[in-house]
Design a protein around this ligand. Structure first.
Ligand code: BGC
Ligand code: BGC
Length: 670
């Protein structure tokens, strides 16, 4: 917290002081401007029958049970018996958290744990089941064997809403099969600065693209949910609001922008999400300050203006707000286990890494002391019950809720298959990979390679599923996995072998061979190691140059260039990177983002099929691609390629990459 306070510019405090002296609080100023900045949305008309059920359930709950509904604990920190004792209403598993801490846990193990928790929940609060949330941000990433789709950057490049809707549906099916009802996705960040380690969780720099794609993903995830059709999961629009706008892209940092821009840029995705009837919204770790008036709201988790006045009232959101991982602890004056400010600001359910016991005790006391009004608690619990009723996780007559009847019945084999790679999801993911690749440079006639070609495959990422899938894949960081963690899918190398025949493909990761005379082409697959959240931030004065962090990737291209054979380079990365030195040593250069497990989609674009038409490259950039080492800002006008850029592959003219320019002395200071 102290660190964050230090980040606030000094004049903010001065200005706040001035505003207070003048008798006008910053919040008052902002509340007055709210109407201009945030266009109102009409709330959906309440459903009287549903609301009567909510009231009936609420009336039957004690204060302890109500606080339990507002509590979300991590699965490693509580047993079903504890869940029952404290009447806890929700659990989550963090990235890389599996039942029994077993990374290969079977789908049936996930279901068994879910059933044990649900039984405990029904015993603690008859008729009200538990809601379990998971970060299935590109497929059901935590679960062994699930197909992983390209991360959002790649999906943004497809521009294909129907595809994203189908990915949402497939993800929902995979999550349900594991006995889980709620997904912490989509991220609706509109990234302004690619220093940010979460850039790959963003669809792009264009607010309207984020709005369209986010809406489609939610429609897919929640498809069938409200109709009780035994399909769909609860979705989460995250992170409200301004996560992609922090200064220098610092994770969890300060977003300084006018109130109207906060709404039109960072808020855009939420209009789409609410149109898709998203049921939960996650508060963001970032702070916000108005860059014109220097009024500020500080941490979003403590902002009544944003969570209650804007989101719930102005935008008519009738679901519930979930806090982010111990996010309440970052509100000034709060701790991870204690934050009346966040609840009073409008957080309805609190995500806790470990401290749920003390959180419950503190919150009970604060309600009894009147520091958290009973009306606020009731409002929070109403919202949670409303979502649970809609999702079939609660029943007003105290009966077994319909979704739990399904969970406790013998699982149809077809449903279990949804959790694992299966032909439909594989085909969908493979198509997503094809559509997501962006061709940045191409020597006419080079691609696609003839199916009879002999190729030499080089590079650190060619046979490395960990680099191909990125963060939020099996583990949180995604950098502590091996190919054995991914029995599903194919690495780029395996896919090329499948496409060309194993005897036409030789793999030499370090390019140590003397020459490539027996080959028609060299395919280099390069990439970043996995990262998530702040660990992926490019920090300090470091540049965007990939080859500084991965000199071995430049070294293999150096050697390959000397062979005199055409070089096709594929880059796996969580963000656009400075690659002029790499592209200069390549005859074709492809931004492949973090494509996920279906390597066959990569091979589809590189090798002409033996029969039928070759694919054209349809992926187009949703971020500008930098031409200089310090081009972090997504509104930079001097990019190599602007948003929308990319080649089809059948252009008659060859393209060149911009010349390599050295990093500035002293590094990047922007
Ligand atoms: C992230 C969220 C995520 C949550 C649960 C947080 O650190 O910011 O995006 O949903 O953890 O894993
Ligand atoms: C969890 C993530 C979470 C993160 C927050 C990790 O230990 O696995 O899910 O987002 O902590 O800091």
């Amino acid at each position: 917290m102290i660190r964050t306070m230090n980040k606030l510019p000094r004049r903010c405090f001065v200005a706040l002081g001035c505003a207070l002296l003048a008798g006008v609080s910053a919040a008052q100023n902002l509340t007055q401007n709210l109407g201009d900045a945030w266009p109102a949305r009409a709330a959906a008309a309440p459903d009287p029958a549903l609301e009567a059920q909510v009231e009936r359930l609420l009336a039957g709950l004690t204060l302890k049970q109500k606080i339990g509904q507002m509590t979300q604990a991590e699965i490693q920190t509580l047993t079903p018996a504890e869940l029952r004792e404290y009447a806890i209403g929700s659990v989550l598993n963090g990235g890389g958290s599996w039942p029994g801490k077993t990374r290969t846990a079977a789908v049936t193990d996930w279901r068994a744990l879910s059933q044990a928790y649900q039984r405990a929940a029904l015993a603690a609060t008859p008729g009200v089941g538990l809601i379990w949330g998971i970060d299935a941000v590109h497929g059901n990433g935590n679960i062994h064997g699930a197909t992983l789709f390209p991360h959002h950057t790649g999906l943004g490049a497809t521009g294909d809403e129907a595809l994203v809707r189908d990915i949402g549906r497939a993800t929902a099916a995979a999550v349900r099969a594991a006995g889980i009802q709620w997904v912490f996705a989509p991220t609706l960040a509109v990234v302004q600065d690619v220093h940010w380690g979460r850039t790959y969780e963003s669809y792009g720099a264009d607010p309207q693209l984020v709005r369209r794609m986010g809406r489609a993903e939610i429609e897919g995830l929640q498809d069938g949910l409200m109709q009780g059709q035994g399909r769909g999961v609860v979705a989460t629009a995250k992170h409200f609001v301004g996560d992609g706008g922090t200064t220098h892209g610092v994770d969890q940092g300060l977003t300084r922008t006018p109130f109207a821009t906060l709404a039109s840029v960072h808020g855009a995705g939420y209009y789409g999400a609410l149109d898709a009837h998203v049921q939960t919204v996650m508060a963001s770790f970032n702070s916000w300050q108005d860059s014109t008036t220097v009024d500020g709201e500080g941490k979003m988790h403590g902002s009544a203006l944003m969570l209650t006045e804007v989101l719930k009232k102005r935008l008519g959101f009738d679901g519930f707000v979930i806090s982010d991982w111990d996010g309440i602890g970052q509100v000034p004056g709060c701790a991870n286990d204690d934050c009346p400010q966040a609840i009073n600001a409008g957080v309805d359910m609190i995500m806790l890494s470990t401290d749920w016991r003390r959180f419950i005790a503190n919150t009970l006391r604060e309600v009894e002391e009147g520091r958290i009004p009973m009306a606020r608690v009731d409002d929070a619990v109403r919202r949670i019950l409303r979502v649970k009723l809609r999702a079939g996780l609660a029943a007003a007559d105290g009966d077994m809720p319909p979704e739990l009847k399904r969970l406790f019945s013998p699982v149809p084999a077809a449903e279990l298959q949804d959790a694992q790679a299966n032909p439909q999801t594989e085909a969908l993911a493979r198509r997503a990979v094809r559509e997501s690749l962006v061709l940045l440079k191409h020597q006419p006639g080079l691609l696609p390679l003839a199916p009879s070609s002999r190729v030499l495959v080089i590079g650190s990422a060619a046979d490395n599923m960990s680099r191909q899938v990125g963060g939020w894949s099996k583990t949180w960081m995604g950098n502590d996995t091996t190919n054995a963690d991914f029995p599903q899918g194919q690495t780029a190398l395996a896919a090329l072998r499948a496409a060309l025949g194993a005897d036409h493909v030789v793999f030499d990761a370090d390019a140590q061979r003397a020459d490539a005379k027996d080959f028609d082409a060299v395919i280099a697959v390069l990439g970043e190691k996995g990262y998530a959240e702040g660990a992926g931030d490019i920090k300090g004065t470091q540049s965007l140059r990939h080859s500084v962090r991965y000199p071995e990737d430049l070294a293999v291209l150096e050697r390959a260039k000397a062979w005199g054979k055409p070089v096709v380079t594929l880059l796996f990365s969580g963000r656009p990177l400075y690659v002029n030195d790499l592209a200069a040593r390549s005859d074709a250069f492809i931004a492949a983002w973090l494509p996920g497990t279906e390597g066959l989609g990569l091979a589809d674009m590189l090798v002409r099929p033996a029969k039928g038409e070759a694919y054209r490259f349809t992926g187009r950039l949703s971020f500008p691609w930098p031409a200089a080492p310090c081009q972090f800002a997504t509104d930079d006008k001097n990019a190599w390629w602007p948003v929308g850029g990319g080649l089809s592959g059948d252009e008659a003219q060859g393209t060149t990459s911009p010349t390599d320019v050295p990093d500035p002395v002293g590094g990047c200071v922007n």
